[in-house]
Design a protein around this ligand. Structure first.
Ligand code: URA
Length: 238
């Protein structure tokens, strides 16, 4: 692929701007400055640098963020930071999107991608990708509340019943459960529906992918997913 096209595909800017980068001698491949506009890059396992910063060529990007509190999943965040502020311009120029949303005060596993098919595979209501949440509750969780969550609750302005599976009391006020849809404030509303309240919410797993697979990615940090991680995230329920 023509070098300027490769740079463009990786989010470095317009064709003209990428040509300028090449002409300025800002681009190196395997340690060698490439200032020839006719250079064709072999994309296989391509490593390159722009102004000394190293990059790997990626046809699509798949990212896991351990989301900290105080960050919104929208591009135009109003009252908090935006999660997109955590990524550099080249990634943003690729049209990175959140795969589903977490509330600003929720922490944990958030995936981002520029692959529309992957986004669809994980968020389409019919795909049934399970998500595991852990939470601290305002009141002790009762056996009756666990049973209600498992049987399913109705949520205002939503059709159908919302049931959790694998509901486990980790401590008196700490609960883990798996949900199978992704409606607005789902977990907080489910807990409210059974008469309790979520004080702190954390997403631990999407499909079969959890933060432990990602070397316990620290809060506020992100990493690229490898092929195996991507498959784990897509695992559906039977
Ligand atoms: N359910 C919620 O209530 N909030 C989240 O951030 C995710 C799921």
């Amino acid at each position: 692929m023509l070098l300027e096209k490769m740079l463009q595909s990786q989010g470095f800017g317009s064709r003209k701007y990428c040509q300028q980068l090449i002409k300025n001698g800002a681009v190196q491949i395997h340690g060698e400055i490439i200032d020839n506009l006719k250079y064709k890059a072999d994309l296989h396992a391509l490593e390159f640098s722009v102004y000394g910063k190293s990059y790997t060529y990626r046809e699509k990007v798949y990212i896991a963020l351990n989301k900290p509190k105080g960050y919104e999943c929208s591009h135009q965040a109003t009252h908090h930071f935006s999660v997109f502020e955590l990524f550099d311009d080249a990634l943003m120029n690729r049209g990175l999107q959140c795969v589903g949303r977490l509330d600003q005060d929720t922490t944990g596993l958030l995936l981002l991608t520029d692959d529309g098919q992957f986004l669809q595979a994980l968020t389409h209501p019919k795909k049934h990708v399970a998500k595991v949440y852990q939470m601290h509750t305002a009141d002790p969780v009762t056996a009756e509340q666990v049973a209600q969550l498992e049987q399913g609750v109705a949520l205002r302005n939503e059709t159908g019943i919302f049931a959790a599976t694998d509901v486990q009391c980790l401590e008196e006020r700490r609960l883990q459960m798996t949900v199978h849809q992704g409606v607005y404030h789902q977990v907080k509303r489910m807990l409210a529906a059974v008469g309790n309240k979520v004080d702190q919410l954390h997403r631990a797993q999407i499909g079969q992918l959890n933060l432990a697979h990602l070397k316990n990615l620290p809060e506020g940090e992100w990493c690229y997913l490898n092929d195996q991680d991507i498959e784990l995230a897509k695992v559906r329920e039977n």
